[in-house]
Design a protein around this ligand. Structure first.
Ligand code: PXP
Length: 252
C-alpha cells in the first residue's frame, strides 16, 4: 500500500487537563473539531476503566463535533463492550490497560487473549465496527491477530521513540525494521497495519515512510505542542511532516 497516510488525532489529554481542575474546560470535543479542520483523518480517544481523561458524556459530544471516523480505544471488559456496542464507533481498538500505568505501556498479548477476544471481535464486527489490536511489532502477535480475525493491527512505536530520544540510533533503526517487517506481514495476512504511541515531529517521518502503514495515531505530543503553537498549527505541522515522508498520491 502506498499513498497518503492518515493521521488519527488522539484527544485524551485535552480531557486530562480539564479533569485536573474539574469543570468543562478545555473540551475534548472542541479539540476534535479543531483537529478536523486542521486536516486530521480520524479522531481517537481511550475510555479508560478509571475515566482518568475521557468520560462517558464526552462520547456523544465528540461524535457531534466531527464527521471523521472515530477510533475508540478500550480494554476488553464487559463494561466497555456494552458501551462500544451501543456507541458503534467506526473502529474499536483493544489495548491492554493497567490501573497503575501512566499510559498504555505495552501491546496486547494477542496470542494469550485469543479465547477472550475472538467472540468480542466477532460481535463488534457484526455490529458495524472494525476491530484493531494494539500490539508490539512481533510476528507471533501478528499471526495471533490474524487468527482472531482482527481488521487492523496498530504497532506500538513507543520503544522506537524512546530509543531515538536516548540517542540509540542503531537500536531505533532495528526496531523500525521490525515494525516495517510486521507491517508487510500484516498486509500479507489481509490486515491493515497502523502505528502509534509517543510519536513527535522528530520521530514521525521514518514511521510515516513505511509504505504499508495506513494510519498513525498521535496524541500526547500534539497536545503538548498545542500549548505553544495552538492545536491547529500542531496538527498541520504533523500532517506536513507525514506528507513529506510519503508524498500524497493515490489513496491507499
Ligand atoms: N495508540 C494507542 C493504542 C494509545 O494507547 C495511545 C495513547 O493513548 C496512542 C496511540 C497515542 O500515543 P501518544 O499519546 O503518545 O501519541
Amino acid at each position: 500500500m502506498t499513498g497518503r497516510i492518515r493521521l488519527g488525532v488522539n484527544i485524551d489529554h485535552v480531557a486530562t487537563i480539564r479533569n485536573a481542575r474539574g469543570g468543562e474546560h478545555p473540551d475534548p470535543a472542541r479539540a476534535a473539531k479543531i483537529a478536523t479542520a486542521a486536516g486530521a483523518d480520524g479522531i481517537t480517544f481511550h475510555l479508560r476503566e478509571d475515566r482518568r481523561h475521557i468520560v462517558d458524556p464526552d462520547l456523544a459530544a465528540i461524535r457531534a463535533s466531527t464527521h471523521l471516523p472515530l477510533n475508540m480505544e478500550m480494554a476488553a471488559t464487559e463494561e466497555m463492550h456494552v458501551i462500544a456496542m451501543d456507541y458503534k464507533p467506526q473502529t474499536v481498538m483493544f489495548v491492554p490497560e493497567k490501573r497503575e500505568e501512566r499510559t498504555t505501556e505495552g501491546g496486547l498479548n494477542a496470542a494469550r487473549e485469543h479465547n477472550k477476544l475472538t467472540p468480542l471481535i466477532r460481535e463488534l464486527q457484526a455490529n458495524g465496527s472494525r476491530v484493531s489490536l494494539f500490539i508490539e511489532a512481533d510476528p507471533v502477535q501478528v499471526i495471533a491477530a490474524s487468527r482472531m480475525g482482527a481488521d487492523i493491527t496498530e504497532f506500538h512505536t513507543g520503544r522506537y521513540v524512546e530509543m531515538c530520544q536516548a540517542g540509540e540510533g542503531e537500536l531505533a533503526a532495528a526496531e523500525l525494521e521490525r515494525i516495517a517487517d510486521c507491517a508487510r506481514q500484516a498486509v500479507a495476512l489481509g490486515i491493515e497495519p497502523q502505528a502509534g504511541h509517543g510519536l513527535t515531529f522528530d520521530t514521525v517521518i521514518p514511521v510515516a515512510a513505511i509504505p504499508e502503514i495506513t494510519e498513525l495515531n498521535i496524541g500526547h505530543f500534539l497536545m503538548g505542542e498545542a500549548i505553544f503553537v495552538g492545536l491547529d498549527g500542531a496538527v498541520r505541522e504533523m500532517r506536513r511532516l507525514m506528507d513529506e515522508a510519503r508524498p500524497p498520491g493515490e489513496p491507499s
